[in-house]
Write a protein that binds this ligand. Structure first.
Ligand code: PLP
Length: 460
């Protein structure tokens, strides 16, 4: 029997969830999880979701371990207002040069300044505040924000407001500010969405401060993919109306979709680029909001009242910066893009098998992301296939966390071929289990209905 734990876990229904698995250590794509409650006895679990999409180079990459250890012994944390340090200076230069290279063929202004925080949500909150503040500083009244239906940008009030409304934030709805959610431009309806977008901007464009979007893939919506061409068109319509573009690359950034950043595939530079998760290789919490010179300059004034008002205590934490520098060096020294390409090719092969299943509605692959949408009349986040599939996968040594009726794989790029094969094979069996369970339930329901009918006839 396990001990009661007073720890309150995220996105967890404690009344129905089992005990949290106790992880003792990890390396590469493997988590070593305690067997029973015995310290030191573990079983391996393949981390098929990069520990909530953060881990890029594998757990405990020796280069990042070393960088963090060395930094911890030198300077662990310091106030970042009025002070700076080597890891922050080095990271900023590296980040800006990485972004410059990646976006070299894209239209738009260079991203030249980085503002640090501690999560994906804060990187978006800061971008929203920068966009709103930018227009306020310029004396332009722009009070509207637009976003995409299905988007997820975090769980603070500002980011919940920009995110799609639904089960995630229903309770807080009265406290969320108004955001215009544009229909998601899924394949086949792009033209309709663009004309709707255009009509809206013709009417309200001059009142809109920013367009916030997850480029190419909406993660929490179930790895929904849309085309770079439609994103490019939306971006250029926004530009015509002077609207700032906020790219939320918290999930897509650092290689997830096959290139360093997803936005570059759409051929434009956003005005504000939000990064987190993979920025430190998934090692330590960090958020970064990159901005153009024009946005920076809007707050570059003579009075304190016109500065950018935002701070987080751990802004540019030196250990997080050191981890991020080490992670970017890994990108330079190791074949990271080739690994992503290898993962993508395996996903494509697996997509062929999975899409032949009659119980699969769609298979989606983008870079290192693989998603299977299962046919389910009660789909959506609360679909009742998610929990049994999650349990089945864990029992068989794989961590996947389905989003409702969508099972996805988003592994660290260093994952080995045999580990990927094990994930596909286990997922295949997991889907068989879900299907058989559904059939059993349907026949039990039929049996119950027949009994009811018989009972009714007897009474009648
Ligand atoms: C696209 C996107 N934006 C923002 C966030 C919020 O990031 P965090 O959980 O670090 O606050 C997430 C988290 O999953 C995300 O996927």
């Amino acid at each position: 029997m396990t001990r009661f734990s007073p720890v309150w876990h995220p996105m967890t229904q404690h009344k129905t969830a089992g005990d949290a698995l106790h992880v003792e250590r990890a390396e590469g794509a493997i988590l070593h999880v305690r067997k029973g409650d015995v310290e030191g006895q573990t079983r391996p679990i393949i981390d098929g979701v990069s520990s909530w999409w953060v881990n890029t180079h594998g757990h405990c990459h020796p280069k990042i371990v070393k960088a963090v250890q060395e930094q911890a012994a030198k300077l662990e944390q310091v106030i970042f207002a009025g002070f700076t340090h080597d890891p922050a200076e080095k990271l900023t230069r590296k980040l800006i040069s990485t972004v410059r290279t990646e976006f070299r063929r894209c239209e738009g202004s260079a991203l030249e300044f980085a503002f640090y925080s501690d999560s994906g949500s804060t990187s978006i909150e800061i971008a929203l505040k920068m966009a709103i503040g930018y227009f306020a500083e310029k004396g332009e009244k722009r009070h509207r924000i637009i976003a995409l239906d299905g988007g997820y940008h975090g769980d603070t009030f500002g980011t919940m407001s920009t995110g799609s409304r639904g089960v995630f934030n229903e309770q807080f709805e009265p406290f969320l500010f108004d955001v215009k959610h544009m229909p998601f431009p899924r394949k086949g309806i792009e033209g309709k969405v663009l004309s709707y977008f255009n009509r809206y901007l013709k009417k309200y464009g001059s009142e809109v401060a920013a367009f916030v979007f997850e480029p190419l893939v909406q993660g929490a919506a179930g790895m929904r993919i849309y085309s770079p061409a439609v994103l490019k068109k939306m971006a250029s319509m926004c530009r015509e109306h002077g609207i700032l573009l906020i790219a939320d690359e918290v999930m897509t950034g650092f290689g997830r979709t096959g290139s360093m950043f997803a936005c570059s595939k759409a051929g434009f530079k956003p005005d504000l680029l939000c990064l987190s998760k993979g920025i430190t290789g998934g090692f330590l919490p960090m958020g970064a909001t990159l901005a153009t010179r024009e946005i920076y300059k809007a707050f570059y004034k003579d009075t304190k009242a016109e500065q950018f008002f935002h701070s987080t205590s751990f802004t540019a934490n030196p250990m997080a910066c050191a981890a991020a520098v080490a992670s970017l060096e890994i990108w330079e020294d190791e074949p990271v893009l080739e690994n992503i390409q290898r993962v993508c090719e395996s996903h494509r092969r697996a997509a062929g098998w999975f899409s032949a299943r009659p119980d699969v509605a769609e298979v989606r692959v983008k870079g290192s992301i693989f998603a299977v949408e299962v046919e389910d009349d009660n789909g959506g986040y609360l679909s009742d296939m998610a929990q049994p599939l999650y349990d089945f996968m864990l029992d068989n040594g794989v961590l996947l966390r389905p989003i409702g009726n969508i099972a996805y794989i988003l592994p660290p790029y260093c994952i080995k071929e045999e580990e990927l094969e094990k994930i596909y094979e286990t997922l295949w069996r997991g889907l068989d289990m879900v299907r058989d369970r559904g059939k059993k339930k349907a026949s039990e329901d039929d049996g119950r209905a027949a009994n009811e009918h018989r009972r009714y006839q007897n009474v009648a």
